[in-house]
Design a protein around this ligand. Structure first.
Ligand SMILES: Nc1ncnc2c1ncn2[C@@H]1O[C@H](COP(=O)(O)OP(=O)(O)OP(=O)(O)O)[C@@H](O)[C@H]1O
Ligand SMILES: [Mg+2]
Length: 359
C-alpha cells in the first residue's frame, strides 16, 4: 500500500500570515523508511507534528492507513514518537518511562518487564533502569526516548533528530540498530535529520525540504546522482557550480560556453534555450585531473592547494575566469604531487555535468 501515510495539498501557517508548509504532497508506503532532510526552519518538524496530530493543517488532508487523521482517535493511531526536545516524564525512572506505552496498552506485567529490558539493552542503557531523567546526560535521555518510541511495536514511528546529541561512534551504532529494528519489525519510519550522511545511510527515500516545500523526493543514490534543482545539488553532498551560457545542442548534449572560457557538454536538467544563463553542477569526485590528451572539453586550471582527508584528498583549482572548483582524488594518486601554482587540465563526462537554469 503506497499510501499508508498520505499528505495531500497540505499547508500550514502558525501566525495566519506566512505559510511554513506551502504545498505538501507526500505518499509513504507501509514499511518504508522516509527521511525529511533540509535546513533549519524549512518545515520538517512541522510536517512531523501534523502527522502526529499535535498540529492541525491550515488546509489539505493527511491520511493514515486510508483514513483522514482527524477521524482516528489519538490512542488508535499507534504512532511511536521521538521529538526534538525528547521530553521524558521527569517523575518516572528510565524503566518506567520506557514501560509507559505498554502500561497504557494494559500489557501484562511480566511482558512489560521483558520488553523494557530488551529496549534498554538495545539503547545500551541496561545499567540506568532506575535512574531519573535529570540524572542522565542529554544523549542518554535521547536514547531512552528512542527506546520508548519503539517498545510497543508501533506501525508508524516518527523521529525528529533523535540522534542529535550523540557522539559520532554511538550515533553510527544507533543508526545501524534503528535500521535493523525497522527491517525486522516492518515499521514505517518518518525520520528527520540535518545530517546528510545519516539520511543517505538510513533511508529508502529522502525528501529534501526547503522553504516549506519538498524540493525532491527520491532514493538516496538517485537524489545524489540526479538532483532536480540547484538547491538539492548544493545541499546534498559537495558540488562545483560552473557558470556559463547555453551555446547550443549537440547529439543530445547541451553545449555550454563557460564564463571561465572554453566549452563543455552537459546534461540539461531544466529547459534551456540558446543564450540562456546556466550553472553546470559537477561533483568533485567526477572531475578528472589531467585526463588523457584526447579527452574532449578540457578546462585549463591552476592548482591553488591540496587538502588531505585521510582516504581521499581535495585539490582546489582556479579556472581561467577565477571560478574555484574542487576535485576529489584517492590518497596515493600520483597527481597529489602537483605543487600549488601548477598548471592542470580538468574534464568531466557529459552525464556528470548537470545544467540548471539560473534561479
Ligand atoms: N509553534 C510555532 N509557532 C510559530 N511558528 C512556528 C512554530 N513552530 C515552528 N514555527 C516556525 O515554522 C517554521 C518551520 O519550523 P520547523 O520547526 O518546522 O522547522 P525545522 O525544519 O524542523 O527546523 P530545525 O531543523 O531547526 O528543527 C520556522 O520558521 C519556525 O520559526
Ligand atoms: Mg525541527
Amino acid at each position: 500500500m503506497r499510501d499508508f501515510v498520505q499528505f495531500s495539498g497540505v499547508q500550514k501557517t502558525y501566525d495566519g500570515e506566512s505559510l511554513v508548509i506551502k504545498d505538501l504532497n507526500l505518499d509513504i508506503a507501509k514499511g518504508e523508511f522516509v527521511t525529511l532532510l533540509g535546513p533549519s526552519g524549512s518545515g520538517k518538524s512541522t510536517a512531523l507534528m501534523l502527522l502526529a496530530g499535535f498540529e492541525q493543517p491550515t488546509s489539505g488532508t493527511i491520511r493514515l492507513g486510508g483514513r483522514t487523521l482527524n477521524s482516528v482517535a489519538p490512542h488508535d493511531r499507534n504512532i511511536g514518537m521521538v521529538f526534538q526536545n525528547y521530553a521524558l516524564f521527569p517523575h518516572m525512572t528510565v524503566a518506567e518511562n520506557i514501560g509507559y506505552p505498554l502500561r497504557v496498552r494494559k500489557m501484562a506485567k511480566p511482558e512489560i518487564a521483558e520488553r523494557v529490558k530488551r529496549a534498554l539493552d538495545f539503547v545500551q542503557l541496561g545499567r540506568f533502569a532506575d535512574r531519573y531523567p535529570r540524572q542522565m546526560s542529554g544523549g542518554q535521555q535521547q536514547r531512552v526516548a528512542v527506546a520508548r518510541a519503539l517498545v510497543f511495536d508501533p506501525a508508524l514511528v516518527l523521529m525528529d533528530e533523535p540522534l542529535g546529541a550523540l557522539d559520532k561512534k554511538l550515533r553510527e551504532e544507533m543508526q545501524v540498530e534503528i535500521k535493523h529494528i525497522h527491517g525486522r519489525l516492518g515499521i514505517t519510519m518518518v525520520f528527520v535529520t540535518h545530517d546528510q550522511d545519516e539520511a543517505l545511510t538510513m533511508s529508502d527515500r529522502i525528501a529534501v525540504f526547503n522553504d516549506g516545500r519538498i524540493q525532491q523526493i527520491d532514493a538516496p543514490a538517485a537524489l545524489y546522482e540526479r538532483p532536480a534543482n540547484q538547491f538539492v545539488a548544493g545541499f546534498l553532498g559537495d558540488t562545483n557550480m560552473l557558470p556559463g551560457e547555453v551555446a547550443g545542442e549537440e547529439a543530445g548534449a547541451l553545449v555550454v560556453a563557460l564564463k571561465d572560457g572554453g566549452r563543455v557538454r552537459a546534461t540539461a536538467v531544466d529547459t534551456l534555450s540558446r543564450g540562456a544563463g546556466t550553472l553546470v553542477s559537477v561533483r568533485p569526485e567526477r572531475l578528472a585531473v589531467n585526463p588523457a590528451p584526447e579527452t574532449p572539453d578540457q578546462m585549463p586550471a591552476t592548482l591553488v592547494e591540496t587538502i588531505y582527508h585521510g582516504a581521499t584528498a581535495r585539490m582546489i583549482f582556479r579556472l581561467g575566469g577565477g571560478t574555484t572548483v574542487a576535485a576529489q582524488l584517492r590518497a596515493g594518486s600520483p597527481l597529489l604531487a602537483l605543487e600549488p601554482g601548477a598548471a592542470a587540465r580538468l574534464a568531466f563526462g557529459q552525464s556528470d555535468g548537470r545544467a540548471f537554469a539560473l534561479s
